[in-house]
Design a protein around this ligand. Sequence first.
Ligand SMILES: [Zn+2]
Length: 156
Amino acid sequence: MAANVARTIRNHTLANVLAVPQLLDAWKTGLDKAHDDRLEYGGLVYEDGGVLHFKGPKKGAETFNMVEYVGKELPAGKNPIAVWHIHDEPGRVGACKPSDGDVSNARNQWGHMFYLVITGRTEPAKGFPGQNRFKDVAPAGSTFKAWYVGLENEKL
Ligand SMILES: [Zn+2]
């Protein structure tokens, strides 16, 4: 569960961010669209005066161009808290987890935010190799996975 991620960004825990229904609603809507369109969708959480704001789901392409999206959608001077994107292939095992590129992105370019990858649930019984690099923070009973991707030395 999200509460186990100890890290905070501008005093927001991941549990705080996930507690806002708008985010889960955006993921549910986005998952349906991503799976219908076979395209990735994405979104953003930012803070303005201590209040969280949510953007997305925004239609992307075969891969979601986060640099372009955040550049356009993050209002000037506001603090980014989380970025997320939805993988578009619910039935393919490899697409149901963060990619190696996602892990690298989360640890480097996007290391100052919570980095989340929303996927379908197709998963080997033993889990994925290297799964200690990310953790499912979707609410219990969800029909999807919400993978939080950790920093290099973060314990998950
Ligand atoms: Zn991805």
